[in-house]
Design a protein around this ligand. Structure first.
Ligand code: ADP
Ligand code: MG
Length: 353
């Protein structure tokens, strides 16, 4: 079990982690979700004993990370944001080296072999790390975390920078590891923690703003009021038909994404389903709907949502520039991109996942 109590960290005057408390039960996969700069890496560095806290306590299986660092660290496998790999070693040489560093007592060959099997590195174990793809390098990072059989795995944004295929592979390895490990995984991608984790903690600006199952979080933040609509016809005629539709609160034109049609973002009043009225109105005007899809909330909107009404969270402070919107569902990403490139008339294209 991992216990964090009132953890704070200041860098100079800057409070990067602000009195965070949470516990992770044995065998649990916990998602640590937050935008860039939220304080995820700082918290993880403190959990693993790489950084000292300004105040607060961390214990792993009852061992305090400050009072009993050797016992506490023995129980932790850490994959940092930038794994410390030696490029001029082969995979096996590197794992062998880490084995010595960690002073592991298990049979060397058997232990390293079984780790290579688990993270699917066996085929490349004699290759130089420098020559591996980013996805394989990340597996080497995972492998070093597993050396010594630590019970708790702390993985800092393990899928960042990987291509979609590599992301799927790494996620599946992590899920598998979750069967017999306690896992804390950080991410700034909601879909990722939804896909892997049993419980999610959201931090923003160093503060804990939500803690729940992905299902419950999803329920509280699901969004059925925002759509992306593509209609064949010219913009003015379409707007003339849409504007009078009862229940529509906001319409934004995204311009031409497909020849002969215009894309719009539509926002409806809460609890009003405007899809049928939109269909009927456009059909009556012989303006065919080419597509209509619900838009998922962006991470930044989710933060605003979960921090709504929480005095402690200061939702109004969320600075859009600080939040990197990556790997949202394709539609939302495409819309954001389109909105940004509107003037240039850039085409929609798929995001990477
Ligand atoms: P995350 O991992 O969620 O992106 P970090 O823990 O890396 O966030 O950073 C939290 C905040 O602390 C950020 O505002 C960041 O700029 C700041 N920060 C991180 N590391 C340092 C450091 N070594 N010195 C000063 N400020 C830092
Ligand atoms: Mg980080």
């Amino acid at each position: 079990m991992v216990e964090i109590k009132n953890l704070s960290k200041k860098y100079g005057d800057k409070l990067a982690v602000d009195s965070i408390s949470f516990t992770v039960k044995q065998g649990e996969i916990l998602g640590f979700l937050g935008p860039n700069g939220a304080g995820k890496s700082t918290t993880m560095n403190i959990l693993t004993g790489y950084l000292s806290a300004t105040s607060g306590e961390v214990s792993i299986d009852g061992y305090d990370i400050l009072d009993n660092p050797v016992e506490a660290k023995k129980r932790i496998g850490y994959l940092p944001e930038h794994p410390p790999l030696y490029m001029d070693m082969t995979v096996w040489e590197y794992l062998d080296f880490v084995y010595d560093l960690k002073k592991v007592t298990e049979d060397r060959e058997a232990h390293l072999d079984s780790i290579c099997e688990t993270v699917k590195l066996t085929d490349v174990k004699d290759r130089l790390i420098a020559n591996l793809s980013k996805g394989y390098k990340q597996r080497v990072g995972l492998a070093q975390a597993l050396i010594g059989n630590p019970e708790v795995l702390i993985l800092d944004e393990p899928t960042v920078g990987l291509d979609p295929k590599q992301i799927i592979e790494i996620r599946s390895v992590i899920k598998q590891l979750g069967r017999d490990h306690t896992v804390i995984l950080s991410s700034h991608i909601l879909q990722e923690v939804n896909a892997i984790c049993e419980r999610v903690i959201i931090i923003n600006k160093g503060r804990l703003v939500a803690s729940d199952t992905p299902e419950n979080l999803g329920k509280s933040i699901s969004n059925e009021n925002k759509f992306q609509l593509r209609v064949a016809g010219d913009e003015r005629s379409i707007l003339d038909v849409l504007e009078p539709v009862a229940g529509i609160q906001y319409i934004k034109s995204l311009g031409r994404k497909e020849a002969g049609s215009i894309d719009f973002i539509i926002e409806a009043a809460p609890n009003v389903d405007v899809r049928t009225p939109i269909f009927n109105a456009l059909a009556a005007a012989s303006l065919p709907i080419l597509s209509l899809q619900t838009m998922d909330l962006s991470l930044e909107e989710i933060f605003l949502e979960v921090t709504k009404g929480q005095a402690v969270a200061e939702a109004g402070e969320v600075d859009e520039d600080e939040i990197e919107l990556v790997n949202m569902p394709a539609a939302a990403a495409a819309v954001k991109e389109a909105a940004e490139k509107e003037e240039e008339g850039a085409d929609l294209h798929d995001s990477n996942l």
